[in-house]
Design a protein around this ligand. Structure first.
Ligand code: CP
Ligand code: NVA
Length: 312
C-alpha cells in the first residue's frame, strides 16, 4: 500500500530517527542513489521559495526529475476536480508533493492518488519543515532528547507539526500563544500520548516568558499565514506582546539557538537584528530542507546508499 506524508502523525519514532540520521549522513558523506526514471510532481496553490527549490533540487540530485505545476496551471478543484487531477497525475508521476490552502484538499488528493502524496504545507501542517527543523537542532545540539524548544506566536501549521515531531523525538515542547490562537486539542492530545512513550514534556501557556525560560531553542513563525491575509490587522494586535526580541531571548539558556521557517517579517514576530545574530540558525534550517527531503524521497521512492565515511 502506498504511504503518504500528510502529517507528522503518519510517522513513528523510528521513522523520524532514521530520516534525521540519513539526512545528516547524506549532508556529510554524500549518497549513491538511483531515482533515475522517477518523476515528482510539485503542485502548489500558494507561493514558495524554499519548499519548491529544495524539492526540485533534492529530486534532481538523486537522479530524478520534477514537474512544477503552478496554481494557475492546475486550478485544483476549480478547472478540474481534485479527484480527477489526482487520478490523472498518478498516471504520469511516481509521487506528488502538494501545497494546498485546505488540509482537506490534500487528504482528498491523497485519497484518489495512486502514488504517494507529500504535504508541502497546508493550513494544518508543514511536516517537511518540522523534520528539517529537528535535523537542524540535532546538528547544533548533538541530540534532541531532553532539550526544550519554546515556540512563541501562532498555534499554526508549523507549530502543529513541530509539536508532534518533538513529542515523537523526546524533545520538550512549550508553546506560548495569545488567547484564541492556541493549538487545537486534537493535536495537543496526540502529542501528549506520543510523549508518554518518549518522555517529552508538552506544555501550553499564554506567557512567552514562561515558555522561553531556560529553553535551548526559541522558535517563531509569522503571525499571519498564507490564506489569512484578511486577518492581518487583528492578528498584529493580538500578537503584539509575542515578538521575539533580545529581552525575551535573554531568559533562555546562554547557548540558545533561534529558529524561524522563513519567510520572516523582520520587526514583527522577530525583532530587527535577531535573524542576523550569532544565535540564529535560520539559514541552516533553510538549507536542511534540501538534505532532509533528499532522505525522505530516497526512503519513499527507494534506492539510497550512503557511503561509509572515508570511502568517497
Ligand atoms: N519555509 C517554507 O516552507 O518556505 P516557502 O514558503 O518559501 O516554501
Ligand atoms: N505559517 C506560514 C509558514 C510559511 C512557510 C504559512 O503558512 O504561511
Amino acid at each position: 500500500m502506498k504511504k503518504d506524508l500528510l502529517s507528522i502523525a503518519d510517522l513513528g519514532v523510528e521513522d523520524i530517527r532514521l530520516l534525521i540520521s540519513d539526512a545528516i549522513d547524506m549532508k556529510a558523506q554524500g549518497w549513491v542513489s538511483s531515482l533515475s526514471g522517477k518523476t515528482l510532481a510539485l503542485m502548489f496553490q500558494k507561493p514558495s521559495l524554499r519548499t519548491r527549490v529544495s524539492f526540485e533540487l533534492a529530486m534532481r540530485q538523486l537522479g530524478g526529475q520534477t514537474v512544477y505545476l503552478s496554481p494557475a496551471e492546475v486550478g485544483l478543484g476549480e478547472r478540474e476536480s481534485v479527484a480527477d487531477v489526482a487520478r490523472v497525475l498518478s498516471r504520469y508521476v511516481d509521487a506528488i508533493t502538494a501545497r494546498t490552502f485546505s488540509h482537506q484538499t490534500l487528504e482528498a488528493l491523497a485519497g484518489y492518488a495512486g502514488v504517494p502524496v507529500i504535504n508541502a504545507l497546508s493550513d494544518r501542517e508543514h511536516p517537511c519543515q518540522a523534520l528539517a527543523d529537528l535535523m537542524t537542532v540535532c546538528e547544533k545540539k548533538g541530540d534532541l532528547s531532553g532539550l526544550t524548544l519554546a515556540f512563541i506566536g501562532d498555534g499554526n501549521n508549523v507549530a502543529r507539526s513541530l509539536m508532534l515531531a518533538a513529542s515523537l523525538a523526546g524533545m520538550n515542547f512549550r508553546i506560548a500563544t495569545p488567547a484564541g490562537y492556541a493549538i487545537d486539542d486534537k493535536t495537543f492530545n496526540l502529542a501528549q500520548s506520543n510523549a508518554v512513550g518518549t518522555g517529552a514534556r508538552i506544555f501550553c501557556t499564554e506567557d512567552p516568558r514562561q515558555a522561553v525560560t531556560d529553553a535551548d531553542v526559541v522558535y517563531t513563525d509569522v503571525w499571519t499565514s498564507m490564506g489569512q491575509e484578511a486577518e492581518a490587522k487583528s492578528r498584529r494586535k493580538a500578537f503584539a506582546k509575542y515578538q521575539v526580541d533580545n529581552e525575551l531571548l535573554s531568559l533562555a539558556r546562554e547557548n540558545v539557538i533561534f529558529m524561524h521557517p522563513l519567510p520572516a517579517h523582520h520587526g514583527e514576530e522577530v525583532a530587527e537584528g535577531i535573524i542576523d545574530s550569532p544565535a540564529s540558525v535560520v539559514f541552516d534550517q533553510a538549507e536542511n530542507r534540501l538534505h532532509l527531503q533528499k532522505a525522505l524521497l530516497a526512503a519513499m521512492l527507494g534506492g539510497l546508499e550512503i557511503p561509509l565515511a572515508g570511502y568517497r
